[in-house]
Design a protein around this ligand. Structure first.
Ligand code: PMV
Length: 320
């Protein structure tokens, strides 16, 4: 009746931005991500605690705002006729700040809920259920490099390369630890409805995915770097041109990009990516990690640095 699972957040190199079906939370485009190892969210689901209604504690604090989405996630996995649950989540990194905490939280919650209810669901079904809670959560059911393909009425996930096969490093520069002002879902809908660049973004995604897929297969860092930076800047351009515009960047975000450009000019194999928040993730070869970490930590406005390698799929850690 009680289970605990751990999932790591993932960051997209080829981004998911825009929904084809809002109710089913189906993405308009496919995406390719890397799952991280040092950052994690642990979620416990207790179906035997008998609370009067679902209860959610996030880092030990009751969180009624996040509860409805978490309750819906549990009901999707277990069924509407389930007992009320006590859910506890704990993350070792800032949540709701563009570090994909919803991905790790919903991936872990899906795995924990299935185990607490004694359901044996395969990885593909768990990924699809997690994806209905948060699009990017589906990818955290897989480790290393994963692709979420968008085919028809369902999503399909595939592992492209595991975390040991191409052990890249990621340096996360936190420029503002507070929660973001606009949710991804809200901002995606504004982009879809109003951005003059939205249709082009959707049309070009298959080409970007193919380029990245090939680069990963061939361990071609330079090609992956170029397509990931292009795809990231294109996604943010879609948002910047929407009405009202969505600008997740801070001035320190831009300074971090300049730092990454300088590192590249100095010969470091590194590239940046930015999600729905002001943080910058610099992906690099292991031998360049120290230089990237040093340069980003000296960039004005950077408040904290986290470093990580690539991590495994979401997993069950306890069940009773
Ligand atoms: O999973 P969501 O709904 O939080 O959306 C994620 C959106 C981006 O992080 C910006 C891109 C991505 O593919 O992860």
């Amino acid at each position: 009746m009680q289970a605990t699972a751990i999932a790591q957040p993932n960051i997209a190199l080829i981004k998911y931005w825009g929904k084809r079906d809002l109710a089913l939370n189906l993405p308009a485009v496919g995406s390719i991500s890397i799952t991280l190892d040092a950052l994690y969210t642990e979620v416990s689901v207790d179906l035997g605690a008998n609370p009067a209604s679902d209860q959610l504690l996030v880092n030990d604090v009751e969180d009624p705002d996040r509860l409805p989405r978490m309750s819906a996630c549990l009901s999707r996995v277990i069924g509407e006729q389930r007992p009320f649950a006590r859910i506890e989540t704990r993350s070792n990194f800032p949540i709701a700040a563009g570090l994909a905490s919803s991905a790790s939280a919903f991936a872990a919650a899906t795995v924990a809920a299935a185990a607490a209810a004694d359901l044996e669901l395969d990885q593909a079904l768990l990924a699809s259920l997690a994806g209905q809670a948060s699009g990017s959560a589906a990818r955290s059911l897989y480790g290393g490099f994963a692709e979420l393909a968008n085919n028809g009425d369902a999503i399909r996930l595939s592992a492209l390369c595991d975390e040991h096969a191409w052990p890249l490093k990621v340096v996360v520069a936190i420029t503002e630890p507070g929660p973001k002002a606009t949710s991804s879902t809200e901002a995606m809908e504004i982009s879809r409805k109003t951005s003059p660049f939205y249709n082009t973004w959707v049309q070009q995604q298959a080409g970007d995915l193919a380029t990245a897929r090939r680069a990963i297969e061939e361990r071609d860092f330079a090609t992956l770097a170029a397509i990931a930076e292009h795809n990231c800047l294109k996604m943010h351009s879609v948002m910047w041109a929407s009405r009202p515009p969505t600008v997740f960047w801070s001035s320190a975000t831009l300074r971090c990009l300049q730092t990454v450009r300088k590192l590249q000019q100095d010969g470091c194999q590194v590239f940046f990516t930015i999600d729905a928040g002001p943080q910058v993730k610099a992906v690099c070869q292991p031998e360049d990690m120290a230089a990237v970490q040093e340069a980003l930590s000296q960039t004005p406005g950077v408040q904290e640095i986290m470093t990580t390698g690539l991590g495994p799929a979401a997993q069950l850690v306890r069940k009773s």
